[in-house]
Design a protein around this ligand. Structure first.
Ligand SMILES: [Zn+2]
Length: 270
């Protein structure tokens, strides 16, 4: 076995036996890594609360054939602990961690862009300056861009005619002109493409000026876009709050998406 040193964010943990956890990290150099943290559920564990979801840690691991073993974890930023008492921020964080785990399908593939994006989103939630819902939506659109799923916003996704266009279809890849719009495409508000673009580019002055109905629709567009690419929904998404109230989403069957699209969109933007 070889020892590996890296820094990473705890995406999640699940129980293993009586006292251990399998912890999923997203690491700066190593990408998505799963490792066993022994004795972490015992009182007085040497890891303390440092392996809770959302923790940014300096790690030392024995690299195993399939699962590594965590030998050391030093806290760099306890983002999760800084957020845990704020329910909307906490649910946004959990959804961000789950989205990262799902979007990064392969273990051991490093993606510095995705890593920096994740750190930036957690820091932003912990600073408590920007609305958590917008931080979540900005993370989603940028993460989808890193994954190669960026929705077309400035031009028609099919023929490239410059927009903005107001017909949107996740199956087509974003906004489309009226001649390319598939029958199931939905009509979005005029300001929605500009709001989504502001989130993608990190233009917070612009994004914070958007009306609530535009933000809500944009959140629905992004959730539908992600769901289509992942072929199912994030489990934690229904708990991300909008207007202070949790949104309950139906969990539709994964296919056929074309038939589901308008209904899904309506539910997600309600
Ligand atoms: Zn077109």
């Amino acid at each position: 076995m070889s020892t590996v040193r890296d820094e990473g964010i705890v995406l999640r943990q699940h129980k293993l036996g009586e006292a251990d956890h399998i912890v999923t990290f997203f690491c700066r150099r190593g990408g998505k890594v799963r490792a066993v943290a022994k004795g972490v559920r015992r009182t007085g564990s040497k890891f303390g609360a440092r392996l809770e979801p959302g923790s940014h840690v300096d790690l030392q691991l024995y690299a195993g054939r399939s699962l590594g073993i965590v030998t050391q974890a030093e806290s760099l930023h306890p983002y999760g602990a800084q957020i845990v008492d704020d329910y909307p921020r906490y649910t946004s964080m959990i959804a961000i961690l789950e989205a990262t785990e799902r979007i990064v399908a392969e273990e051991g593939e490093s993606s510095l862009r995705m890593y920096l994006l994740l750190i930036g989103a957690l820091r932003s939630l912990a600073e408590k300056q920007k609305p958590s819902r917008l931080v979540f939506d900005a993370f989603l659109i940028r993460a989808m861009s890193v994954a190669g799923w960026e929705p077309s916003l400035l031009e028609c996704a099919r023929c490239g005619t410059p927009g903005p266009h107001r017909r949107y279809s996740v199956a087509t890849g974003g906004t489309t002109c009226t001649s390319c719009a598939v029958p199931k495409a939905v009509t979005i508000q005029e300001q929605t493409p500009a709001h989504l673009l502001a989130l993608l580019q990190g233009d917070w002055d612009e994004a914070l000026c958007s009306a609530e109905r535009v933000r809500r629709e944009s959140g629905g567009v992004l959730a539908a876009h992600l769901q289509w690419h992942l072929e199912r929904s994030l489990r934690s998404l229904p708990y991300v709050e909008r207007d202070g109230a949790p949104v309950r989403l139906p969990m539709p069957e994964p296919s056929p998406y074309d038939d589901l699209e308008p209904e899904l969109f309506t539910e997600l933007t309600r």
